[in-house]
Design a protein around this ligand. Structure first.
Ligand code: PEP
Ligand code: MG
Length: 626
């Protein structure tokens, strides 16, 4: 959640309320696994200030950052004021008006700008110094009223600082090894940072099952429970917690016997995975000879070796944008080329599918403001970000930015086996425009004498109901398709994937979802195209039988899910899976479908250890409504 979502004007520090007895909190199971560890509570509201001296050429950009952060703070205050007025608290809104005046006051902005320009201090440092100076002046006035105003200035300064830090990632936390990180919300960039600190688990108040933070946690093998609503109010740093990422539960104040029990569960889960990994090199083939390709989703090039270790037969989805989320400037062609070449070489002899930039919503980078003209993480910039200027639309709006990526990818294509995939395609015209730009890049490179592969399969993600409905037309224009269920579910069930309050509506087995998958698969096959799935659903072991039955050719998932899915494919018959798919497609609700699938799997796999692994590792798909 961005700074625009802060709910209160004052940094409120609440004392942790510890339950005396063990207490189980239920949220959304976001990343599987069990962890026991001490909490490390992250309070986004108190971040340390980065300090550095600027190069002369950085000064202008730093002044722009100040203006953007101030405008955003102004909008945040305005919105809060509105909320207070709506709730009949108009008296309190006077305080906010005062804050807006302070925010625009030259006594705050003038000296801050001067420090940036003359002393070459970065904006956060310059602002901190100015705030401290103003506070000292208030101290010197011997009137209680003015001394009290000190805290108003401090608040305004903090608000601007928070906006600045959020815009640049601003991640400086240092959790100890093996900590359970507890936060209100975490951005994908935060999660990458925390992963480097080898945390044991993460739990958050906000978030959804397919938010990119959850996807990253799963990719990094960090057990995670999200959507806990108020866990940050109940836990203090140092508290012992049990995190069960399979069931979506967090246990506060666990007893010794509970701790021992969960540690034992974690050990046996690990043993099961080791056992499954022994089959890593066996083909993912059903008992009646249907071969499925199991590939991996990655967010960062470093994940390639892990994916291969888990038995991936290539990369089915490389989310290329993650590498650049902390960037102020546009990623350059040369960087795209180097990274893509690196990935292709590491994946060889397998194929890697590069999805072009899918930026926006929770994947905001500071450089986006150059395209949208607004603060990238502000909700004012995109009042409805999932339906706004994101993904392919954004790239088509800024061809130069898009071409840098396409040219880099094309040039790298001679170093391995590449596929290029466009996300968020709504229909044939958008696809035609993307392909036109790609052809333009080919022509330019040819003229410049730069090499690229003769045949690069071009594909699209099917993530919108509109794309499903015209998948027959789209199939004629591409070499392959991949169904992105994270967005497809979001758009077809009208369900914001980041919003914890509607997490309970996330129903991968909703008949509408299954019918859309079937429709797409049939359309692709009618044109002789391969069709895969790369949303989180592809890695849900409970669904493997249905996905097989629906006829998907490739399943692309986070690496950790590969061993169990491989095992399941090898235990099932495609004929039985097809019969089951036909049967459930006629059912009216997700719960009826789930009951039939569970009953049938138990019948088919009952004696197989895969069944017990499946029942212990299947993540709850969502929290139920209260
Ligand atoms: C999807 O939408 O299913 C998908 C794979 O893309 P992302 O999760 O990156 O939006
Ligand atoms: Mg998507």
């Amino acid at each position: 959640m961005g700074p625009g979502d802060e709910s209160g004007p004052y940094p409120i520090l609440r004392a942790p309320v510890r339950p005396l007895a063990p207490e189980v909190r239920t949220g959304i199971a976001a990343a599987s696994g069990i962890a026991v560890g001490q909490a490390f509570v992250i309070d986004r509201r108190r971040q340390p200030t980065p300090r550095r001296h600027l190069l002369p050429e950085e000064i202008t950009a730093e002044l722009v950052r100040l203006d953007e952060a101030v405008s955003l703070a102004d909008m945040q205050l305005e919105r809060l004021k509105r909320k207070l007025k709506e709730s009949d608290e108009s008296d309190s809104s006077v305080i906010l008006e005062a804050h807006q005046l302070i925010l625009r006051d030259e006594h705050l902005l003038g000296p801050t700008r001067r420090r940036i320009r003359d002393e070459k201090l970065n904006v956060e440092w310059a602002l901190r110094k100015t705030v401290a100076e103003i506070q000292q002046r208030f101290d010197a006035i011997d009137l209680p009223y003015f001394r009290e105003r000190k805290s108003d200035v401090a608040f305004v300064g903090e608000q601007v600082l928070r906006n600045l830090l959020d815009a640049t990632g601003g991640v400086t936390w240092q959790p100890p090894l093996g900590a359970v990180v507890v936060a209100h919300d975490l951005s994908p960039a935060d999660t990458v940072h925390l992963h480097r600190h080898q945390i044991a688990a993460l739990v958050t108040d906000a978030g959804g099952r397919t938010s990119h933070t959850s996807i990253l946690a799963q990719a990094f093998g960090i057990p995670a429970v999200v959507g806990l609503e108020d866990i940050t109010e109940a836990v203090g740093t140092g508290d012992l917690l049990i995190v069960d990422g399979n069931r979506g539960e967090v246990i506060l104040c666990p007893s010794q016997s509970m701790t021992d029990d969960y540690k034992q569960q974690a050990r046996s889960e690990h043993a099961k995975i080791v056992q499954l990994l022994a089959e890593r090199d066996s083909p993912a083939e059903t008992t009646d000879g249907v071969r499925i390709r199991l590939v991996a989703n990655i967010e960062l090039p470093d994940e390639v070796p892990i994916a291969l270790e888990y038995g991936a037969e290539g990369i089915g989805l490389y989310r290329t944008e993650f590498l650049f989320l902390d960037r102020e400037d546009f990623p350059r062609e040369e960087e795209h080329f180097m990274h893509a070449r690196g990935v292709l070489r590491r994946v060889a002899p397998y194929e890697a599918t590069f999805r072009t930039f899918d930026l926006g919503v929770d994947k905001v980078a500071p450089f986006l403001s150059r395209i949208t003209g607004a603060h990238p993480s502000s909700s004012e910039a995109e009042p409805n970000p999932a339906l706004g200027l994101r993904s392919l639309r954004l790239c088509l709006k800024e061809p130069a930015f898009f071409k840098a990526q396409l040219r880099g990818l094309l040039r790298a294509s001679v170093h391995g086996t590449m596929r290029i995939m466009f996300p968020m395609v709504s229909g044939v015209e958008e696809l035609a425009r993307a392909k036109e730009i790609l052809d333009e890049c080919r022509r330019e490179l040819q003229k410049e004498g730069l090499a690229f592969a003769d045949h690069i399969p071009i594909g699209i993600m099917i993530e919108m109901p509109s794309a499903v409905m015209v998948s027959d037309h789209l199939a004629k224009e591409v070499d392959f398709m991949s169904i992105g269920t994270n967005d497809l579910i979001q758009y077809s069930l009208a369900l914001d994937r980041l919003n914890e309050h509607v997490g309970y509506l996330y129903q991968p087995l909703h008949p509408a979802v299954l019918r859309m998958v079937k429709y797409t698969v049939d359309a692709a096959h009618a044109e002789g195209r391969r069709v895969g799935m790369c949303g989180e659903l592809a890695g849900e072991p409970l669904l493997t039988v249905i996905l097989l039955g629906l006829g998907l050719d490739d399943l692309s998932m986070n690496a950790a899910s590969l061993p169990l899915v491989r095992r399941l494919v090898r235990q099932l018959s495609a004929k039985e899976a097809r019969a089951l798919a036909d049967e459930v497609l006629k059912l009216p609700s997700a719960s009826q479908i789930e009951a039939v699938v569970r009953e049938r799997l138990q019948r088919l796999l009952g004696d197989d250890p895969a069944w017990s692994t499946l029942t212990s590792t299947v993540r709850r798909s969502g929290k139920h409504a209260h």
